[in-house]
Design a protein around this ligand. Structure first.
Ligand SMILES: NCCCC[C@H](N)C(=O)NCC(=O)O
Length: 463
């Protein structure tokens, strides 16, 4: 009976984190395969650039619908649905002959990816204590992001050796393996069954044993619930039939803590996403004049920096829960200051400044995970999926807009293609980030004050 308590949460978490890592591998599977994709489909660079943009649009656009569905059918089902969609997308990518169908395949991958992260985040509080959560969330983010490394060298080697079809079918097969593990292992909460148990109608010993754990946790959780519904009369009707989506969204957004979480996620990660997803290498090579090998070496610094920040920020934000938003704000301000120095530097910025930028920039990813802690503290449990999805749109919407605006400003300056790139054009283009930082920072300060007041008015403390 006792053995189920310590091991099961870690096994469930392991498979959930692995599902997220596979989602990231799928998300970034074209990042090192641009030339191969151009050759395979016979497309130009503009068409190639449509792939990540469409994928980000699908990802960001589905966050709220997925969050709503998550509250209805649970994290286990959503992670498995996400995995199945990505398998279908990559199998299609392997086999379709035309670029229009490849875009449909990419939409499937984006949709599956959209289901995964927030479902994993939704599952964690059911298995771990509030004190453990910040660290577990950061490590989950870290494991997920390590998928990005797999999609660079190993996937390129696989496609180089087995060909386009073999490589992408291989990716689909890895996804299938993890979905099968998910069917056997994933449970929404202690005491609840796996999909396999549901299909066979038989409850295994592990599930039965986990029931005692579930009973003790239910008692513990009721003592440390997020906002009790009676304290938030505006959303006390969450279960009323026919209460429309917008109505419910408005009621959730009336909570200042949820808005605070949104802006925390909006302000911190976009600069890193924009740099790592698209514009980093063109800037380092076409703007600063580095060769490709040096650019790659500098970009690998960002991985180290992000990993260190993840392991430091989790325990820190758990220990100093009252200050966690200020940690996020400090990191965002630091990124904005260093980037602004690079933008306004009158000549080629010194290497030391570029190194500082590449060390500070990636801190935005781990810092953005604090948003989910804030959301968890302020979202009623029955709205947790909706709230997490809403918050997760913040950083991705900002990233998407900044990616597009940088391309637009480069084009307007006549510096839209590699042969026309210049440092000055990049400095002007990267300046589009400044209003996004200003907006994010101002809104964090405003909503932090409102949240504090709301908590005082309702006699609540952070847990
Ligand atoms: N260790 C970095 C984690 C970054 C998390 C990132 N800001 C995020 O919100 N990710 C969502 C996702 O789907 O990847």
């Amino acid at each position: 009976m006792r053995a189920a308590r310590p091991i099961l949460p870690w096994v469930v978490w392991g498979i959930a984190a692995l599902s997220y890592a596979v989602a990231i591998i799928n998300r970034s599977s074209l990042s090192a395969l641009g030339p191969a994709a151009q050759e395979h489909f016979g497309i130009d660079a503009t068409t190639l650039a449509a792939f990540p943009v469409i994928q980000l649009v699908v990802y960001a656009g589905l966050q709220i619908p997925v969050g709503v569905l998550l509250d209805r059918i649970g994290a286990r089902a959503m992670i498995l649905i996400g995995g199945a969609l990505m398998i279908a997308g990559q199998a299609a990518m392997a086999t379709v002959p035309e670029v229009s169908l490849a875009i449909v395949a990419r939409v499937l991958v984006g949709a599956g990816d959209a289901c995964t992260f927030i479902s994993v985040m939704r599952m964690l509080p059911e298995w771990f204590s509030l004190r453990q959560l910040p660290t577990i969330s950061q490590v989950t983010g870290l494991i997920g992001q390590s998928g990005q490394l797999v999609s660079v060298v190993p996937l390129a080697v696989l496609v180089g050796g087995a060909g386009w079809m073999g490589g992408f079918l291989g990716l689909a097969a890895v996804g299938l393996l993890v979905v099968i593990l998910g069917v056997v292992v994933l449970r929404d909460a202690p005491g609840e069954g796996t999909l396999l148990e549901r299909i066979t109608g038989r409850r295994g010993r592990v599930t039965e044993n986990a029931r005692s754990f579930a009973d003790s946790r239910t008692a513990a959780l009721s003592a440390v619930q997020p906002p009790a519904t009676e304290m938030i009369p505006v959303i006390s009707e969450v279960r009323v039939r026919g209460l429309g989506f917008w109505n419910r969204a408005r009621r959730l957004l009336r909570l200042p803590g949820v808005r605070l979480a949104y802006w925390v996620h909006f302000a911190s990660p976009f600069a890193a996403n924009v740099f790592l997803l698209l514009w980093g290498t063109p800037f380092l090579v076409g703007g600063l004049g580095l060769d490709e090998a040096a650019a790659r070496a500098l970009l690998s610094l960002t991985v180290v920096s992000s990993m260190v920040a993840s392991v430091v920020l989790g325990p820190l934000s758990s220990r100093f829960i009252e200050r966690r938003v200020w940690f996020n704000l400090g990191i965002t301000v630091a990124i904005a200051v260093v980037w602004t120095a690079v933008i306004v530097w009158p000549a080629t910025p010194p290497l030391a400044l570029v190194l500082v930028l590449l060390l500070i920039l990636p801190l935005g990813g781990p810092a953005s995970m604090i948003a989910f802690e804030v959301a968890r503290s302020h979202t009623p449990r029955s709205y947790a999926g909706f709230g997490t999805g809403l918050v997760n749109t913040g950083g991705f919407t900002a990233s998407l807009l900044v990616i597009l605006l940088i391309g637009l400003v480069l084009d307007v300056q006549g510096a839209g293609s590699p042969e026309d790139y210049s440092l000055h054009a990049f400095q002007v283009a990267f300046a589009v980030q400044i209003p996004f930082w200003v907006l994010g920072i101002v809104m964090i300060v405003v909503e932090q004050r409102r949240t504090k007041r709301w908590m005082e008015d309702n006699g609540r403390t952070l847990r």
